[in-house]
Design a protein. Structure first.
Length: 168
């Protein structure tokens, strides 16, 4: 091969490698720590100890998220763990922090005094996040097929939201 052809070949290989690097998905903002930090910040705000990451719960979450990838329905798994689910519309790059923030934002609708949500409001995702007895979590995120959005799930052990009990 002539020197100029070798140079072209090297450049083409370099460009191909650079392009492959650019299109690789980034999980940097969906790591276990990206789920743990906002959970533990919300828990600390009400005097509850931190949760830790569970690969068992992560595997359960990944398995269920894979099932939801086809239709992206906001439907609970019915599994043995506490569970929060999130759906983000197509066109945005929804991250772990977005899901946890949406659950924690329900705090405004929760009354500790009455242990209930404001009329017509949802706050059960928040109470699961801060449930004192829940000590471990595992989460997963999938981009749904046909650009239907993003599905994020976190599972909790032991499960929270026990009727008649306060979260903390």
């Amino acid at each position: 091969m002539e020197p100029s052809n070798k140079l072209v070949a090297v450049l083409l290989v370099s460009l191909a490698m650079a392009a492959a690097t650019v299109v690789q998905p980034s999980y940097a903002q969906n790591s276990p720590q990206n789920y743990l930090t906002p959970h533990n910040n919300a828990r600390a705000a009400v005097g509850v100890g931190p949760v830790t990451w569970s690969t068992k719960l992560q595997q359960f979450a990944e398995s269920y998220a894979a099932k939801r990838a086809g239709d992206c329905r906001l439907q609970h798994s019915g599994g043995p763990y506490g569970e929060n689910i999130f759906w983000g519309s197509a066109g945005a790059d929804w991250k772990a922090a977005d899901a946890v923030r949406s659950w924690v934002d329900e705090k405004q609708w929760y009354s500790y005094a009455t242990n209930s949500c404001a009329a017509g409001k949802v706050c059960g995702h928040y109470t699961q996040v801060v449930w004192r007895a829940s000590t471990s979590i595992g989460c997963a995120r999938v981009v749904c097929r046909d650009n239907r959005g993003v599905f994020i799930i976190c599972n909790y052990e032991p499960r929270g939201n026990i009727v008649g009990h306060k979260p903390y």
